[in-house]
Design a protein around this ligand. Structure first.
Ligand code: M6R
Length: 614
């Protein structure tokens, strides 16, 4: 979703801002813009529809001088993607410019009030209303920008991370946050701000994360001062961010998504490092050591998440119920937050999120906490809002995920959930030491087994060409593999725009079988030992109706291999770990089909990496 960047210091702001916008491209956007106070004291705003490249071309003959500036990538919510609706937005007198990530929910009523006072608007956005409101208060009370921002924000309902420039004060940026991420980088005589650390780490590792209802005054001479909207001073810890620049670059791969798929063996090793000992005889999670009783005594666990993270949650349910014998519910965070859920102090809520900024998941956490539940986060993005708003949790440690389609974060989440389930089972004595050891040792072998699967990349690439022109796909799986089917279907639709649906294999005969004909590719994840005969029957039913089957099987499975059109083989593992292997070929299949179709794999249309609005 929208990305914001700001700079104030001794260097020219524009190149830093444009580079920052490029780092934020992965969040998804449809237009971009910059605003600088020029060397001659002009407040300039330049923006364009399309990509940062389009903006850069547009800037070629413009005055882009200035050592203070703000910039924005917009993901349309209010109003179509076009230059007028792109940010930054000017105030009526042209003395203020503002960028915004979030949604001002009561913008319509504020707009009406301002119109009655003679204000006119050039865009359809909620953001323009905010900059006009700030200017209105600035003029009405003859105040400085800070007081006007405070007054305006106390009127606003909704979510925002904003940054404002005032032509009359070229030494200061005012920024504020409520429910949308905002980080400030502290350099040597220069300051950066951004929606996340990626545009900043190149210049400084020292970061301050602005909290909800706070305003940051970033001054060229006096540095960063943070207050609440009501004006109370607050102090903040400065975090050291350990983000390797290489991790946010493509490193020779054609797309971030492919790089991230191939990184998975290393990522999962990082995820297990320090948690499972080298011999695979023991597992330790510091958060479980500290809060073990909450899990041991939990009446039930409730997992809240969205999208791919929700699919990981479904696997988590099977893992925790099987190993720990605690009932688990899995809810879409967006449904949970409005469902008046029955939650008490005896419940543990697990929030799963790659970005750590998903608005619905954050709201679900807030609700669960207000009802007394203990909230555990499984998060990738270090220092993100979800990581900071949960009682405790575990990072998945897979490094920045830039491709919009989640890949390594999914397997990282499933790995953490597997370890969490085993760790709680150990504490609750629902697993024997022998079973635990067997499970941990097999978990340690998974990265090598993923390497084996990745060797089939070329085969999967060539079979993908056959399916480039398909209009629909069905994905089937059972037990632990049912969420893998859902995830495979989501990957395909996200990046190739082919309609795809995931089903529990046995549900096929209750409806989807009507769709099967010679045109319908069906991906069947058929690794389940216990339900092998049943999956085999499902495949026979599809073949009897001329469906084209791509089967993901365990190496050496001659029976299914003879029956189907295409086979992808996985090394043998234990039942609960197949999702970590089976999801890899499905990621590759979606990737190659999308590439064959010429789609923008890393930034698919309409999608955002961090969904920071409802
Ligand atoms: O950052 P989160 O894990 O909270 O994001 C949740 C979903 O928006 C995300 O998983 C989305 O479904 C991905 N695009 C899937 O590839």
């Amino acid at each position: 979703m929208c990305g914001i960047v700001g700079y104030i210091g001794t260097q020219q702001a524009c190149p830093i801002l444009l580079k920052g916008l490029r780092r934020l491209e992965y969040r998804g956007y449809d237009s971009a813009g910059v605003s600088m106070i020029s060397s001659t004291g002009e407040l300039n705003v330049f923006k364009s529809k399309g990509k940062v490249d389009d903006l850069e071309s547009f800037l070629e003959d413009k005055d882009v001088t200035g050592t203070i500036g703000i910039a924005h990538t917009r993901w349309a919510t209010h109003g179509v993607p076009c230059r007028e609706n792109a940010h930054p937005h000017f105030s009526s007198t042209g003395t203020l410019s503002l960028i915004h990530n979030g949604i001002i929910e009561n913008y319509a009523s504020i707009k009406e009030r301002l119109k009655e006072k003679g204000y006119t608007f050039v865009s359809e956005t909620d953001t323009e209303v905010l900059v006009q409101l700030i200017e209105y208060y600035k003029i009405k009370y003859n105040s400085d920008l800070l007081s006007a921002v405070q007054r305006a924000l106390s009127q606003v309902i909704g979510a925002y991370a904003i940054a404002v420039l005032d032509k009359n004060n070229p030494d200061e940026i005012i920024a504020a946050r409520k429910a949308s991420p905002l980080a400030i980088g502290l350099g040597d005589g220069e300051y950066f701000l951004a929606s996340d650390a990626t545009p900043i780490v190149e210049y400084t590792k020292k970061l301050i994360y602005v909290e909800d209802n706070e305003i940051a005054i970033i001054n060229r001479h006096s540095g960063v001062n943070i207050i609440t909207i009501q004006g109370k001073e607050v102090s903040h810890e400065v975090s050291e961010v350990n983000l390797d620049l290489g991790a946010i670059e493509k490193g020779g791969y054609e797309h971030f998504m492919l790089k991230e798929i191939f990184e998975q063996p290393e990522c999962l090793l990082n995820c297990m490092r320090g948690r499972i000992n080298d011999e695979g005889t023991d597992i330790r999670f510091s958060s479980i050591i500290d809060y073990g009783q909450r899990f041991i005594n939990a009446r039930r666990l409730v997992i809240v998440a969205c999208g791919t993270s929700w699919h990981a949650g479904l696997i988590g349910k099977s893992l925790i119920e099987n190993f720990c014998r605690i009932p688990v519910e899995v809810a879409y965070a967006s449904e949970f937050r409005y469902s008046n859920p029955v939650i008490s102090e005896e419940d543990v809520v697990i929030a799963i999120s790659q970005s750590g900024e998903t608005a619905d998941t954050l709201a679900a956490i807030e609700l669960a906490r207000s009802k007394g539940a203990f909230v555990y986060g499984i998060v990738n993005s270090v220092g993100s809002s979800i990581a900071r708003n949960t009682h405790t949790g575990s990072y998945i440690h897979v490094g920045p995920e830039i491709g919009v389609a989640s890949t390594k974060a999914f397997t990282g989440q499933v790995t953490v959930l597997s370890m969490l389930a085993l760790c709680i089972a150990k504490e609750r004595n629902t697993i024997t030491q022998e079973q635990l050891q067997e499970a941990l040792q097999e978990l340690l072998r998974i990265p090598d087994k993923i390497r084996e699967v990745l060797k089939q990349n070329d085969t999967i690439a060539s079979l993908s060409r056959t399916f480039t022109y398909a209009h629909n796909f069905i994905y089937l799986g059972r037990g632990y593999n049912y969420p893998v089917a859902l995830e495979g279907a989501l990957k395909l639709k996200e990046i190739s725009y082919i309609h795809a649906e995931g089903y529990p294999a046995a549900e096929m005969k209750h409806g989807p079988i009507a769709l099967i004909d010679a045109e319908m590719p069906v991906v069947v994840v058929a690794t389940n030992k216990a339900l092998y005969e049943k999956i085999l029957s499902n495949i026979q039913e599809i073949k009897a109706r001329q469906g084209r089957v791509i089967a993901v099987v365990v190496k050496g499975d001659d029976t299914i291999s003879k029956l189907v059109d295409y086979v992808i083989e996985l090394p043998e593992t234990v039942e609960f770990l197949y999702p970590l292997l089976a999801s890899i070929p499905l990621q590759l299949l979606a990737y190659h089909i999308a590439v064959c179709k010429g789609k923008n794999v890393d930034q698919p249309r309409n999608l955002a990496k961090s969904v920071t609005v409802e």
